[in-house]
Design a protein around this ligand. Structure first.
Ligand code: PBG
Length: 330
């Protein structure tokens, strides 16, 4: 007797028309999923384009406000702000100066857009130190953990006082979330949330960002003694669990496309909102290949962001936010 024919499942039936495909889509990317990273620089009077990040600029406070209003009109729910100060010193004083560039920009943004945008702030020291590291240095040149998180607490309070809704610590110091939560609560900012860059890898994909904030690490150093080693996935889950136990409200995985496994594992292990950061190098690669005529840039951008949703991200920090919002509503 002949064996029963192998049962071929007719999976192509549901791929036949755009409407069918739309109906059965498992992951969806919407404008509500997008957070736009923006840069504000002190001491300039016109925006400065960032060469390695086409269509992105270091903003003046005025041009930042214009861009924020554009994000509102596109329906994007939030932005994350990075500052480029005129003055840098050993302990990154401008990061926690109430009159520092990010603090001034936050006040202007709040005046202009009210609560129409979630205002997030990157919370770190590397843009503010003269050595370019994310913390203060000991005599041997290593980043000191506990003195650094004490300063992170001060930055958190300065950003909260200026109107940040969500502070996002990105320095990868141990205990940073607990220190920031305690500082915020102690100053009466118990409603300010923490988005922890919980699993942040030491990545070469942050290259263009260093142009965006004019940071180079002294002596050609790197961040491998505090950011995570890309070989490790279980360790990322320890970082995430630790940040949650310290009081993180939301967690982030970064960079994005090289961390799909981490995102997917994180999605299964946590209930809080999960973010992915599609970083500067990921943005630059898409633009560069598109400019050479080798790929369809907007299509690749969309494909990558959808993959992040499929892997489990709730929202995505991406320099493509405005462009993709236009695509999605167009
Ligand atoms: C640290 C910080 C960095 C990025 C976000 N926050 C730089 C770094 O860790 O070296 C990178 C973001 C990107 O590449 O888009 N303040």
């Amino acid at each position: 007797m002949d064996p029963a024919p192998f049962p071929v499942q007719r999976l192509r039936r549901l791929r036949r028309t755009p409407a069918l495909r739309r109906l059965v889509a498992e992951a969806r990317l919407g404008i509500d999923d997008l957070i736009a990273p923006l840069f504000v620089r002190e001491g300039i009077d016109t925006p400065v384009p960032i060469a390695s990040m086409p269509e992105q600029s270091q903003h003046t406070i005025e041009s930042l406000v214009v861009e924020a209003k554009r994000l509102v009109s596109l329906g994007i729910p939030g932005l994350i702000l990075f500052g480029v100060p005129s003055l840098r010193d050993a302990t990154g004083t401008e990061a926690y100066n109430p009159g520092g560039i990010v603090q001034r920009a936050l006040r202007a943004l709040r005046d202009a857009v009210g609560d129409q945008l979630v205002l997030m702030t990157d919370l770190c020291l590397d843009e503010y130190t003269d050595h370019g590291h994310c913390g203060v240095l000991g005599v041997d040149g290593a980043v000191l953990n506990d003195p650094t998180i004490e300063l992170y607490g001060r930055i958190a309070v300065a950003q909260a006082e200026a109107g940040s809704d969500v502070v996002a610590p990105s320095g990868m110091m141990d205990g940073q979330v607990a220190a920031i939560r305690a500082a915020l609560d102690g100053a009466g900012y118990d409603q300010v949330a923490i988005l922890a860059y919980a699993a942040k890898y030491a990545s070469a994909l942050y290259g263009p960002f260093r142009d965006a904030v004019d940071v180079s690490i002294v002596g050609g150093g790197d961040r491998r003694a505090y950011q995570q080693d890309p070989h490790n996935r279980r360790e990322a889950l320890s970082e995430i669990a630790q940040d949650l136990s310290e009081g993180a409200d939301m967690i982030m995985v970064k960079p994005a496309m090289t961390s799909l496994d981490v995102l997917s594992a994180a999605r299964r292990s946590v209930r809080v909102p999960l973010a992915a950061y599609h970083v500067s190098g990921e943005y630059a690669m898409v633009h560069a290949a598109a400019a050479a005529g080798w790929i369809d840039g907007p299509a690749v951008a969309l494909e990558q962001l959808v993959a992040l949703k499929r892997a489990g991200a709730d929202f995505i920090l991406t320099y493509f936010a405005a462009a993709v919002a236009e695509q999605l509503s167009g």
